[in-house]
Design a protein around this ligand. Structure first.
Ligand SMILES: [Mg+2]
Length: 378
């Protein structure tokens, strides 16, 4: 089996209701899928986190190094690509592109051996995974508190037992929103906050101290991801567990953060940090240091499937009689192609997602949906 082509598929949908995180505005959903084609008739699928057109360009820049090779030699391909692009590519789009390619190679290898990816990676410690609802962005032109309360109330009614809202819009406004959401969902539902690095250390510490009363599971990305010393200071200076990792890349990036004592909770994204191969290596680092791993997910059903296989192999930490699982992130914000691009949607039932057990990622791509959501330009 030889690789004959590498394709990228851009997916685009303009949103009726734009929404904001602390520093950016989402006017559209725009994602990049990777397809690796072989002479055996098998194809593999992956997805890249981050800017779609930049990812597509970088995937195509890497593709010539894969053409003609065996998709089963995943580790050799990973190192070839990383070594060739290392000098200017130790993080960022190089790594997100490599992630999509690596996931597609794992999908192909699973299909070749007729085995799910999580089996090839050593076996699942869990196949039913609790998910938390991600949302609570600030909708443009609407009342933030009302919108966030309505959204999280709906998530709880849909069966989610954990949810996460966006903050980073100013301490007073954030505290009022957190208070309203906690009041609405009650004391039993897990609630986390995500600042998308919208604070500096002084304000993050102030917010964390004042928000303690709302029983928050974690405080995500309080400050910019480069500021590892500030992360550590925030951990020491306020009571809420600090989380981060969605913008850290490769074993080296994660090692730096862990050695700095930056987080209580690590949030690697399999479509961003370097694919399933690098995810497994980062799990070893997380075991050594040690921190809790709660994976980050932001993408289509391809990303969700890859994350489910990755989540399945998280080591039980600590080993215990009662099965425990961290929650997997489940984005509930509008995205019409998120599930449309697969034959069988990966939707949670009562807050639980089941790990696909078919070969490879265990998903079947709906090419009509790919065509329907392909952007007219680019
Ligand atoms: Mg986040």
């Amino acid at each position: 089996m030889r690789i004959t082509a590498v394709h990228t598929h851009l997916l685009y949908h303009r949103l009726d209701q734009p929404f904001q995180s602390s520093f950016s505005q989402f006017d559209a959903r725009f994602h990049c899928l990777v397809e690796i084609v072989t002479d055996s008739g098998l194809t593999g699928w992956g997805e890249c986190l981050g800017p779609a057109t930049a990812n597509a360009a970088m995937v195509q820049a890497m593709a010539p190094l894969l053409i003609g090779g065996s998709p089963l030699e995943i580790e050799r391909h990973w190192l070839t690509l990383y070594n060739q692009f290392r000098d200017q590519g130790q993080r960022g789009v190089t790594m997100t592109a490599l992630s999509g390619l690596d996931i597609a190679l794992w999908d192909l290898t699973g299909k070749h051996f007729n085995a799910p990816v999580h089996v090839l990676m050593g076996g699942a410690h869990r196949t039913r995974i609790p998910v938390y609802a991600t949302g609570g962005f600030r909708p443009v032109g609407r009342n933030r508190i009302e919108a966030t309360v309505a959204e999280m109330t709906a998530a709880v009614q849909a069966g989610f037992r954990a949810c996460k809202i966006k903050i980073g819009f100013g301490i007073a406004d954030d505290l009022a929103t957190i208070a309203a959401v906690r009041e609405a969902i009650g004391p039993e539902v897990t609630l986390a906050i995500d600042a998308n690095h919208g604070y500096d250390a002084i304000d993050a510490i102030a917010l964390g101290r004042r928000a303690e009363r709302y029983d928050l599971a974690w405080f995500e990305e309080p400050v910019v991801p480069e500021a590892l010393e500030a992360y550590a200071r925030i951990r020491r200076s306020q009571p809420i567990p600090v989380a981060g990792g969605e913008t850290w890349h490769s074993r080296w990036g994660f090692a730096q953060a862990l050695q700095a004592g930056a987080v209580d909770i690590l949030q690697p994204d399999v479509c961003g940090l370097g694919g399933l191969s690098e995810f497994r290596r980062v799990l070893t680092l997380a075991d050594v240091h040690p921190v809790r791993v709660v994976p980050h997910v932001w993408g289509t059903a391809v990303a969700i499937a890859a994350a489910l296989h990755a989540h399945a192999i998280l080591p039980p930490a600590p080993p215990a009689h009662e099965a425990r699982s961290p929650h997997l992130e489940f984005d509930r914000t509008p995205n019409p192609f998120r599930q449309a691009i697969v034959a069988t949607p990966l939707e949670p039932v009562d807050g639980i997602l089941t790990v696909p057990d078919g070969p490879g990622l265990g998903i079947e791509i709906n090419r009509e949906a790919l065509a329907a959501y392909a952007p007219e330009t680019f």
